[in-house]
Ligand binder design. Structure first.
Ligand SMILES: NC(=O)c1ccc[n+]([C@@H]2O[C@H](COP(=O)([O-])OP(=O)(O)OC[C@H]3O[C@@H](n4cnc5c(N)ncnc54)[C@H](O)[C@@H]3O)[C@@H](O)[C@H]2O)c1
Length: 373
């Protein structure tokens, strides 16, 4: 039996991971630590029960982290908590350094102290692990013909978000080299799936379509990302936690490179197909383009590009496949259709977010369309 601390467990990937872990490891205890920033949602998590505990707290608080680690006798930390949105990091980078860099160090330091104490006290050595969840964005932008990045590819982050994650990755590695803390790292490509906050491309565009709004694509839509279903990411994290070697980094991705425009067009078609198969949807979401017989693609328009917008990310996951036997299972078009279905079925979840003043303010600042929200 393991006792996990999952930081950022009320966020998109964290909540999917908590749900995945509770389902696949019913014998384990899970403690979620989350500061409930704008991106955190209690409603993304199942109701609390004796197998998992909710703690509202900030990873920057080292003493609080220490207390929780002791109280819950945590042996496995899965660290998701972060500020995660590139556009927000361009608007206010300071918070990204505080949470992603200082917060990661505060957590590492708490773990080092607490796990170090029990070793000195001669307690039976429990297998322990600090897993840090990171991004492919730390490797920077690739040209169209460059090979996908491997674990040894040098870091070249371009946005404040990517730079703060890169700094955190270096700290995690340093705690292995310096203190022999049993860490693992993973750098993953773009995730999509349920419980994704509707400011990122896929969920934003789904809710925009359902509400009859435009789809503002940056630049010419030619930026390339490798898209991985969040459940495949969770399976990858599971493989690393169970079989990964301390000190090692694993790239997680699905060799599914798509331009943003291809993703958006695929999404539009998935929405149109869902409406065609279920006429009731046109009554319920009467402003959505297919409800008026108009293709969703007609809502695509191009807006000024984000500054320093990396052209292409592509990640080589062969180490994770070869050494830990992982491979992605969710095919992209099926995953996209399932994600559209999830947003159709969970209107309450996303409407609650759309109703928040903070969300409306952000969208208005970013896309300049306050009146429509
Ligand atoms: N979303 C992706 O496509 C992707 C891809 C690769 C890696 N990642 C990484 O995975 C992790 C999770 O990403 P996500 O998309 O789920 O992010 P998210 O923004 O949806 O969730 C972040 C969560 O962290 C919490 N949080 C923020 N600051 C905190 C603090 N100081 N203390 C405690 N909790 C805090 C938030 O409340 C939220 O619940 C991040 O570290 C991100 O860098 C994300």
């Amino acid at each position: 039996m393991s006792r996990l601390l999952v930081t950022g467990g009320a966020g998109f990937i964290g909540a999917n991971f908590v749900r995945y872990w509770l389902e696949h490891h019913p014998e384990d205890r899970v403690v979620v630590l989350d500061a409930l920033t704008y991106a955190g949602n209690r409603s993304s998590l199942p109701p609390e029960d004796e197998r998992w505990r909710w703690v509202e707290g900030d990873v920057v608080d080292r003493a609080g982290n220490e207390q929780l680690l002791r109280e819950e006798e945590i042996d496995t930390v899965v660290h998701f908590a972060a500020e995660s949105h590139v556009d927000r990091s361009i608007e206010s980078p300071q918070r990204f350094v505080e949470v992603n860099v200082v917060g990661t160090n505060a957590l590492l330091e708490a773990v080092r102290r607490v796990w170090g104490e029990s070793e000195e006290g001669g307690l039976s050595p429990t297998p322990r692990r600090f897993h840090h969840v990171s991004t492919d964005e730390v490797y920077g932008s690739l040209g169209p013909a460059d090979p996908p990045v491997r674990e040894a590819t040098p870091y070249a982050p371009n946005s404040p978000y990517a730079a703060s994650k890169a700094a955190a990755d270096h700290l995690v590695r340093a705690y292995f080299e310096t203190y022999r803390l049993p860490v693992t790292l993973s750098n993953c490509s773009n995730n999509y799936g349920p419980y994704h906050y509707p400011e990122k491309l896929i969920p934003l565009f789904i809710v925009n379509l359902l509400e009859g709004r435009e789809l503002p694509v940056y630049g010419a839509g030619i930026n390339v990302r490798d898209w991985l279903h969040v459940e495949d990411h969770c399976r990858g994290l599971e493989a690393i936690l169970l079989r990964g070697l301390p000190g090692e980094t694993y790239n997680v991705g699905s060799r599914n490179e798509r331009t943003n425009l291809e993703v958006v067009e695929g999404l539009c078609d998935a929405v149109d197909r869902a409406f065609a198969a279920e006429p009731e949807l046109s009554k319920h979401f009467a402003s959505a383009p297919p409800a008026a017989g108009v293709p969703s693609r007609s809502k695509i328009h191009f807006v000024k590009d984000r500054p320093g917008h990396d052209l292409r990310y592509a990640i080589d996951p062969s180490k994770l496949e070869r050494e830990l036997g992982w491979s992605p299972r969710v095919e992209f078009d099926e995953g996209l259709a399932a994600t559209v279905r999830w947003y159709l079925d969970h209107e309450r979840w996303w409407r609650e977010i759309l109703g928040r003043g903070g969300y409306r303010g952000w969208i208005a600042r970013q896309y300049g369309r306050p009146s429509e929200l």
